[in-house]
Design a protein around this ligand. Structure first.
Ligand code: F0G
Length: 375
């Protein structure tokens, strides 16, 4: 057999067509075959082995993987829920999407509404409410350039969510926050993928918690795979909130949440109850990590692993390292940390924490060699 025949045969085996998660997991989702799917081919994100993070945990035989959700089309896990929520809203005849957001939901809602316009629903439009001054610049830019109407609210996420809930009750508008069950339905596919990629369920899943929809969605996905007999054990769900925005950990609403991880700057999570059940049923935990711990993990994920995630995402790794330091990880266990969003959305934080300042030089070999102390 020639080299090229072998090459092409292997290529056929390794590259499978992927048409988005609704088409990929249709039999396991609440959707019928007639519904027109609004998709940007989201999902099928990499599960990356993370030896540097395993090493930082210093637990014998520990395997750590990062589920890199920043590889989704709009750069976060929200796309999983949004393909489902916008598909269903359009099928119901709704044309206006609305959400409150710390930045990623709004970017995703804006993207999928644009996708709906491209697929024959020209009148589809999107309104997003964001807390003024508290969303990463890239996320704001996304919502604007995808063509949504952006309203910067003089308040926090929790207040903005209350407003969009009221508006969507009064008007024929689709609320696409994770209080919409279609969002959870789409997001549970991340748990399916983790199991498909690992060939089993992990022992532990660590995940940042904000409005608490995603931890609930993963748990729904793991339970479904377990009930179908695809996996024979379920992971412990370990959720991490930022210390300044940790209502579930404290057991009370936080009126003025504060954290560097603006994506999870939430004081009254809508899916609080569902998240609490996921943690309890899975023998997991919800704990807090400080901004300092988040930043340490953020640096390790970037410089130590070569993966670009946003600060909120690093809470999952910060939480894992904390569990290791407290002696709460068993030897030989397999952990998946969910990296929820792409670091490119928040270049300001990257610049602030990198600790390096670029060196300027004349455009000559000598000048650059001198800047590098090459003599
Ligand atoms: N990580 C990132 C990057 C997020 O954007 C969010 C939530 C979370 C984690 C937490 O997920 O809310 O399901 O518990 N972002 C929402 C938004 C609130 O508006 O983009 P959760």
């Amino acid at each position: 057999m020639s080299f090229w025949t072998r090459f092409l045969n292997n290529k056929e085996k390794s590259i499978k067509p992927w048409n988005g998660l609704i088409n990929g997991y249709r039999d396991l989702l609440d959707i019928d075959n007639k519904t027109k799917v609004i998709t940007l081919c989201e999902g099928n994100t990499p599960l990356v082995p993370a030896p540097a993070i395993a090493q930082a945990c210093n637990v014998a035989g520990l395997s750590v993987y990062l589920k890199f959700e920043g590889a989704n089309p709009s750069g976060s896990f929200k796309d999983r829920g949004m393909t489902m929520a916008v598909t269903k809203a359009i099928a119901k005849g709704l044309r206006t999407m609305i959400c409150a957001s710390t930045g990623n939901t709004s970017a995703s809602a804006a993207a999928y509404t644009a996708c709906a316009r491209a697929n024959g629903f020209e009148t589809a439009c999107c309104v997003v409410l964001v807390p003024d001054g508290y969303i990463a610049l890239g996320k704001l830019a996304q919502a604007l350039v995808y063509g949504s109407q952006v309203i910067q609210v003089a308040g926090n996420f929790d207040q903005a969510l209350q407003i969009v809930r009221q508006l969507s009750e009064k008007h024929p508008i689709a609320l696409v926050n994770s209080v919409n069950p279609d969002r959870i339905e789409g997001q549970k596919t991340a748990a399916f993928e983790v199991c498909d990629q690992l060939g089993r369920a992990p022992d532990i899943l660590t995940i940042p918690v904000g409005n608490a929809g995603n931890i609930s969605a993963y748990w729904a996905g793991f339970k479904q795979y377990y009930e179908l007999g695809i996996i024979n054990a379920k992971p412990k769900m370990c959720g991490f909130q930022a210390a300044g925005a940790a209502p579930i950990v404290k057991g009370e609403v936080v009126e003025n949440p504060e954290t560097i991880a603006t994506a999870i700057r939430i004081g009254n999570p809508a899916s609080w109850q569902m998240a609490a059940e996921a943690v309890q049923e899975s023998y997991g935990l919800v704990e807090a990590v400080t901004d300092e711990e988040i930043i340490q993990a953020y640096k390790l994920i970037h410089a130590g692993q070569g993966i670009c995630c946003e600060p909120a995402s690093a809470a999952s790794v910060a939480g894992l390292i904390k569990m290791a330091q407290q002696g709460r990880l068993q030897r030989e266990s397999t952990v998946v940390c969910v990296l929820t969003g792409n670091g490119l959305k928040d270049p300001q934080t990257a610049l602030d924490v990198s600790g390096f300042s670029p060196v300027k030089a004349e455009a000559s070999m000598e000048a650059v060699a001198k800047a590098l102390n090459l003599g």
